[in-house]
Design a protein around this ligand. Structure first.
Ligand code: ADP
Ligand code: ZN
Ligand code: ZN
Length: 728
């Protein structure tokens, strides 16, 4: 090096699965390198886009071995703030994951690409004087144009407003601009224009006051409110306060919680359109949402898991709705809990975080019980409705038709006769979970997974719900040739048939991933339910989440017995949550509700506690069991997961890995086969590391990962670390 200026080393995160950062030399350009900027750099024979994480004046590699950066694609702009970078750094250390994958996970997909660019500031559109004049004339044949003009009558309109008017809005808009009826200008921040909400109940008011008192400092709140207790109303009051002060707020919801119903409620109450983002949006729209958040134009962002990493310079409040929901944990690649990272982000920013749910996860429950979180209970339904009553049916004493007992059938009939709605819940889609031969016992198993193929009658297919495998339903037994194939057990498709036969005059709506595949279908079905006419709803957990169907007065839970004696220690907790959430759909309005639970184990202790004393007592009881068994949240776990086509290679790797687990308080167990050992043709096993306190576990994990990288057997398998695992 002959340069006289001091050496600037860029430490760069690249989207590769290696647990390291990469050093580059800054080029002589007019742009001063800053952490958070994207860079184009050579990597092997390729050119890649990366993000600067740190600057340094030295490298552990000699300067003549380092490559020089090629360019800054975003000129002087950063894509990550220091705040987000700090959070991501914490994430890759805590979750022991490759830094580049963690950083790239936080970027909108288009900015992960080398030719992706930060979009120009968003624009809004307003009427010119000529456009105003045009509106006074009769519309004539250009109704689409008039509709757009009309939208701008009250003031400038942004793209998302115009998009909602027509699918060809862009073409129409450019016509309007050619005519000089409309002009564009930089978009202004949305103005808060809240509608008066209902008068809060005392419990709601206390929660709003207590949470409001912690604005400006880090504090964790558990908003523990039964279904229909008005949690959303509490969020709205808090959001209004934050937005009034000019702050930004972030509301995270579960994957299927993001319904137009919820959005229109927020829009109506707050008087502006929140920015929405989730992985189902086009890459272009995700980039726009990202840019809106970063510029501060988005005052409120509502999104799923990944929205947690959005740049929001004025972020003052984070809310996680349905905090217990499993979709908050990312289950592949960079495995993280968005609940835990949200708490970390709030701590770093010095702002409160609200975790709302009717059924707290045991982790959150335990934190609240130990006063690490403030616990706000809402125990009354806001509409004044009573909580539904339970009726437990012992299946041993029942005559059944296709999974539904005659008693439940009778109750459904009575509900429909009264002109009300009934909901039948079964968490299994398809016609039957197994198809088998009555002659020889053959059954259809997935060739690639340890799972049966589910029979879907309408599409005449056998589907594996764990991989993409599908096959035609055979006409006769492929093993013995007999014409004796039949389903065993029921799925929602079969329930629908049985109920349609029993109640031929009643409209029947099925909600599951097979029927609600098309966009807008869920909305169409919900609308029909909300119209209030007597009908029957059949569905999976899609029906369990947050929907307000006022005319549903009976809920039948067909079967949750599997969870009662599952090998997974979290199964019971999840069952309790699901039961309470599903039951919460009954009797939400004026009419009283009833829940019928069909079970073979009416004397199961946890079930009895849940039914007689409610979720809080149930959670307290299983918490105690977990404490006795030293299970989370009373211990800390991490898994070393590994998979490959060849089982021997997986076991060889894990056995070697176990040998080099560093000594300390944390102990390593295994190798164990995963609950589903074979999936998509790969054999999956894991080691479990566990300790009673967190820090020794993490110290040992850090040392361990360094050694694992160098194990020769590691090259023959896929492996990853899963900190705070949720499934096994
Ligand atoms: P949750 O989010 O806890 O399920 P919601 O906020 O959706 O509950 O409230 C349930 C219903 O009660 C909604 O229809 C809502 O408009 C209504 N509601 C909420 N708070 C009040 C209140 N203080 N007074 C009257 N109705 C309310
Ligand atoms: Zn057979
Ligand atoms: Zn499969």
């Amino acid at each position: 090096m002959h340069s006289t200026s001091p050496l600037v080393i860029l430490r760069v995160a690249l989207p590769v699965p290696l647990r390291q950062l990469f050093d580059y030399i800054a080029a002589d350009t007019l742009i001063t390198a800053k952490p958070g900027m994207r860079v184009e750099v050579p990597f092997g024979r390729r050119i890649m886009v990366g993000v600067i994480v740190e600057l340094d004046d030295k490298s552990e590699y000699p300067a003549d071995k380092l490559a020089t950066l090629i360019s800054f694609p975003d000129e002087g702009q950063t894509v990550l703030s220091n705040e987000t970078l700090g959070l991501l750094k914490w994430c890759w250390r805590y979750y022991k994951h490759a830094p580049g994958e963690v950083v790239f996970n936080a970027l909108p997909p288009l900015l992960r690409k080398i030719d992706g660019r930060i979009p120009p500031p968003p624009t809004q559109y307003k009427l010119t004087a000529a456009g105003d004049d045009r509106l006074t004339e009769p519309p004539g044949r250009i109704k689409a144009q008039i509709r757009l003009l009309d939208e701008m009558r009250a003031g400038p309109a942004n793209e998302s407003q115009l998009r909602s008017l027509s699918s060809t809005w862009r073409k129409t808009l450019s016509r309007l601009m050619e005519q000089d009826w409309v002009r564009s200008e930089p978009q202004q921040p949305a103005r808060l224009n809240p509608l008066q909400g209902p008068e809060l109940l005392d419990e709601q008011q206390h929660a709003v006051d207590a949470i409001g008192n912690t604005f400006g400092s880090f504090h964790c709140h558990l908003l523990d409110g039964i279904t229909g207790s008005g949690k959303t109303e509490v969020y709205l009051c808090l959001l209004e306060q934050v937005l009034k002060q000019g702050g930004q707020a972030l509301l995270l919801v579960p994957e299927i919680g993001l319904t137009p119903q919820l959005l229109s409620r927020f829009k109506k109450r707050l008087g502006f359109e929140p920015v929405v983002t989730h992985s189902g949006l086009s890459e272009g729209r995700r980039l726009k949402a990202w840019a809106m958040a970063k510029s501060g134009l988005a005052r409120l962002v509502i999104g799923t898991r990944s929205a947690l990493f959005l740049p929001m310079p004025d972020l003052q409040l984070i809310i996680l709705d349905e905090e217990h929901d499993a979709s908050f944990k990312q289950q592949d690649g960079f495995r993280y809990s968005s609940r835990d990272v949200a708490v970390k982000r709030a701590a770093g920013l010095g702002v409160p975080v609200v975790l709302g749910t009717a059924t707290p996860s045991l982790e959150t429950f335990n934190n609240a019980a130990n006063d690490r979180y403030s616990w706000h209970r809402l125990r009354q339904r806001a509409t004044g409705a009573a909580e539904p009553g339970w009726r437990v049916l012992d299946l041993v004493q029942q005559t059944m038709s296709g999974g539904i007992s005659s008693t439940a059938m009778k109750a459904i009939g009575q509900t429909l006769d009264r002109g009300e709605q009934a909901l039948v819940f079964l968490n299994r889609r398809g016609y039957a979970p197994v198809i088998l031969c009555h002659e020889c016992g053959w059954h259809a198993a997935c060739q690639r997974c340890d799972a049966n193929m589910t029979w879907h009658m309408a599409t005449r297919k056998l589907l594996c719900h764990h991989c993409d495998n599908s096959a035609r339903v055979p006409d006769m037994c492929p093993q013995c040739g007999a014409d004796a194939l039949q389903g065993a057990g029921e799925g929602t498709e079969q329930l629908e048939q049985i109920l349609a036969k029993a109640f031929p005059a009643t409209p029947l709506l099925r909600f599951d991933r097979d029927t609600v595949r098309r966009k807008g279908e869920f909305e169409r079905l919900s609308k029909q339910v909300k119209s209030g006419e007597s009908c029957l709803l059949v569905g999976t957990q899609m029906l369990a989440k947050g929907h307000h169907f006022p005319q549903v007065t009976l809920v039948v839970i067909v079967n949750l017995d599997q969870a009662l004696y599952s090998a997974d220690f979290r199964a019971l907790e999840r069952m309790g949550q699901l039961m309470v959430q599903v039951a919460g759909r009954a009797g939400r309005d004026k009419l009283p509700g009833e829940v019928i639970l069909q079970t073979h184990y009416p004397q199961h202790e946890s079930l009895l506690t849940l039914l007689s004393s409610g979720y809080e007592a149930f959670a307290a009881a299983i918490c105690k069991d977990r404490q006795t068994a030293c299970l989370p949240p009373f211990s800390y776990q991490a898994l070393l997961r590994s998979d490959a086509h060849d089982k021997d290679q997986v076991r060889a790797f894990l056995n070697q890995a176990k040998q080099c687990f560093p000594a300390g308080e944390a102990v390593v167990y295994g190798p164990f086969p995963a609950m589903m050992e074979r999936r998509s043709g790969r054999t999956r096993w894991y080691l479990l590391a566990q300790a009673n306190t967190r820090s020794p576990l993490h110290r040992q994990l850090d040392m361990w990962v360094e050694q694992l990288k160098n194990l020769p057997s590691a090259r023959k398998v896929r492996w990853s670390v899963d900190v705070d695992p949720q499934d096994y």
